[in-house]
Design a protein around this ligand. Sequence first.
Ligand code: PMV
Length: 314
Amino acid sequence: MVTASAPGKVILFGEHAVVYGEPSLVAALDKRTYVDAATREDNKINIVSALGSDTSTVGELRGDTEDDFRYVKRAIALVFERLNESAGFDISIRSDVPPASGLGSSASVSIATIMAVSEELGVKLDRKEIAELGHKVELGVQGSASPTDTSISTFGGVLFVKPKENEVEQIEVDLSLVVGYTGVERSTKFLVDRVRRLREEYPDIVGHLIRDIGKLTREAKHMLVRGDDVGMLMNVNHGLLEALGVSTEQLSRAVYAARQAGASGAKLTGAGGGGCMIALTPKNQDAVMRAVDGCGCKSFYSVITRDGVRLEET
Ligand code: PMV
């Protein structure tokens, strides 16, 4: 048996715009998803997680299912296709990353599955290839997806993701961040579709908003590299995401409360519609956490991890 794990993430800048080729800045969280993979003698694929369990066969894997394990099944199918080899598997998943919260649970499970299954079949894929397969999983399940989540789950640390160039740059930066989880689960696909429809209806206006998010993300990267405070740019990014229609009253209340309590900036993170917000807290961390909790969110202090996908001792 092989166990692999991969981290969740918070998007610092650039969500939604990154779907249209603009860059994003993203950090890996020290909350991980662990996947055990063991081959079986027959052709059954058994998957078990806190969400329940599922049994299918190797032949059924690629079906466009809507079930809770669609990311895992597609990840296994793509590994079989890449290795030109298949087998029955017992897959067991446990995760510290809350599902559908914008913290990258689907990417972390896809990436950990790709590493665990390929290693169990005796093949060491390099990280670039793992990230690319992971991106294909998200594209297959969601229709459209940027490489943001799958890149950060693979490489860890803080990344500047450039989808047009198909490149990522590792940024050396230490950030003090508070995350506030609204407890509201939402679908990334639904929110990405909403922005797409708005862009189709108002191509000029929404095109400008998307390009402006791209500009501020590039500026934020330069400022972070210089060691400057990017709080104000986070506030502007939140305003642009509100303009795209993906914030909620609760998210925006928590964002404003965090700023009032002394955060240097705050914004929603991920697709929006619920999920999470982040606040930059070089100081006043406890006050910001109390303010965010006062808006019905559950806050935690985020630790950025340098570890991307990795094998665990079994
Ligand atoms: O799934 P989330 O909430 O982390 O959202 C991902 C960020 C988006 O830009 C909205 C989608 C994408 O594929 O990059």
